[in-house]
Write a protein that binds this ligand. Structure first.
Ligand code: IMP
Ligand code: MG
Length: 180
């Protein structure tokens, strides 16, 4: 347990566990449709996971191009409603193998939107890599191709994930358990 910003945070997945999973995921990704791969990091939450995963992809022998898309679920608080593009990619995805990277697959709305968008734009293949799969919250029929960890139904922070912009810097994934 650690204290940050007056809150107690219980680690759920450690930095070491995450690093080990990233190397394993990269090996799986390299064995899938990965020729001339275009990786798209779904911001903001995936920025740390994507940064580590693309370096693991290098270890796995891949040389991907890397892009960013900023998506936002509108609606209030922690409930996702619609999805909107805040900042789009610049690349042409036509005929490309695309890997979308996100922090967490929950309702599935964000990644279903992004996956359909890339197919509409003519991508040859779109795969999904997520650090965490919170499948009890799924609202759409969608599975990730590459999953770091199954996630229990807690609101998690750290390793890029925030609550009200805080806690993204934590090197592990944790749960806010209370006031210190
Ligand atoms: P979905 O569209 O419901 O699958 O929402 C997934 C998005 O919601 C993720 O990309 C995260 O940015 C955010 N999210 C969902 N659950 C959590 C959580 O437990 N902590 C932080 N962000 C979350
Ligand atoms: Mg996100």
């Amino acid at each position: 347990m650690i204290t940050v910003r007056g809150k107690t945070i219980e680690p759920l997945f450690t930095a070491e566990q995450i690093a080990e999973r990233n190397e394993a995921l990269a090996a799986q990704i390299a064995a899938g449709p990965s020729e001339d791969l275009l990786v798209i990091s779904v911001l903001k939450g995936s920025f740390i996971f994507a940064a580590d995963l693309i370096r693991a992809l290098h270890h796995a022998g891949l040389a991907p191009e890397v892009e960013f898309i900023t998506l936002s679920s509108y609606g209030t608080g922690t409930v996702s409603k619609g999805v909107r593009i805040i900042r789009d990619i610049d690349s042409d995805v036509k005929g490309r193998n695309v890997l979308l990277i996100d922090d967490i697959l929950e309702s599935g709305r964000t990644l279903l939107f992004a996956k359909e968008l890339m197919y509409e734009r003519g991508a040859a293949n779109v795969s999904l890599a997520v650090l965490l799969d919170k499948r009890v919250k799924r609202q759409e029929v969608l599975e990730a191709d590459y999953v770091g960890f199954e996630c229990p139904d807690y609101f998690v922070v750290g390793y890029g994930m925030d609550v009200a912009y805080a806690f993204r810097e934590l090197p592990f994934v944790g749960v806010v358990t209370g006031d210190a």
